[in-house]
Design a protein around this ligand. Sequence first.
Ligand SMILES: NC(=O)c1ccc[n+]([C@@H]2O[C@H](COP(=O)([O-])OP(=O)(O)OC[C@H]3O[C@@H](n4cnc5c(N)ncnc54)[C@H](O)[C@@H]3O)[C@@H](O)[C@H]2O)c1
Ligand SMILES: [Zn+2]
Length: 387
Amino acid sequence: MISHHTSIPPASTDGDAVTVRLGRRSYPIRIAPGLLPRVGQAAGLDPTSKIAVVSDKNVAGIYLDRLKKALRGFRVETFVVPPGEKSKSIPRLVELWNGFLTKRFGRDMTVIALGGGMVGDLAGFAAATFMRGVRLIQIPTTLLAMVDSSVGGKTAIDLDGGKNLVGAFHQPAAVFIDPTVLATLPPRQYRAGLGEVVKYAAALDKNLFIRLERRSEALNGCDPEILTYVITACCRIKSRIVARDELDTLGLRALLNYGHTFAHAYETADDFDSLLHGEAVTLGVIDALRLAERLREKDPRFAAITPKLVDRQLALIRSLGLIEQLGPERHAGRWNLRFLMGSMRRDKKSVAGRARFVLPTELGKSTVVSQVDPEDVRQVLRRRLAR
Ligand SMILES: NC(=O)c1ccc[n+]([C@@H]2O[C@H](COP(=O)([O-])OP(=O)(O)OC[C@H]3O[C@@H](n4cnc5c(N)ncnc54)[C@H](O)[C@@H]3O)[C@@H](O)[C@H]2O)c1
Ligand SMILES: [Zn+2]
């Protein structure tokens, strides 16, 4: 069983470290305020290392110089793509491959992904495939990338037909997280990342949940000390699950998808347009909770999901300034029961045409359920659409 009671000592000034245990492919995640200018030493790179830094224009504009300084003495080439999900594409991937070749990089190169999940996925997939796979270091710069996408080895690009349809598992050699870079992240992106943090806490870590409640003000102020604690806790949860189910074949990774059955339906209805992923997840976390609350009458597994617990979780979501409702402008077209129910059934994680849900059983614990009465799901969706 995955331990639900992680107890993490307070962050020292040197930050924290988590190891992702995968035998010979094990790697460290280092989390420390002010780490970015020190990644050169931290990475323990060979002096002859040839490094390709991949970033997007926004992130490069703020952090590329700092990273290059940290890598002084190494041969460094930089590859900057336009910001936004559109860059997770075949043309950008081909540009990277050809760019690596033009700069005479070979199998001994190291790719550093400096950016959010978009850069991590694109650069990660380029590293997974160039010369059948080269070394990858992740330096995530969004909260979502720090707590989720930079850890676990999933890399991918999008096709016109959908997101993340072509990809590979390629574990990084190291992940370096400097929470102080979050100070420049647009607030909306930061809050979307907090949606994933609340997901981890609500589904898998009661202590983290309590810490979030107590330190919500510090979190709203991007305090590096509490961020170090929170990011470490999330990385610890994810790395434990990844260590036991690296290739996502045992279904253990499903627990990381708390709130995501609803979230994916909302993102599809939204056509990946105005809702950020972490925002859809926040709505999904609320709706999974409401679904479990409904099931409480019929299923003893959900006996602890009382209205009081629902209110407590909503209170945290509010105190972190996360979204709780859909905006009125989003209610046209696909925002209806039929579309949302259909989209959940078609989700690649559904089983025999039934949507699969990760549902809470108590604070910080959850379970995978595939036999939910569609009428209960509809009721939750009605409430979501009603406002
Ligand atoms: N591989 C995985 O396991 C995994 C998991 C979850 C999500 N993802 C992927 O992650 C992507 C989303 O990632 P994201 O939410 O980080 O979005 P993103 O990478 O697009 O970044 C969001 C925006 O913030 C900007 N930005 C990033 N860091 C900044 C900083 N420190 N200061 C100022 N601006 C900054 C970026 O330029 C961009 O405009 C999606 O493509 C999704 O599929 C992958
Ligand atoms: Zn997610």
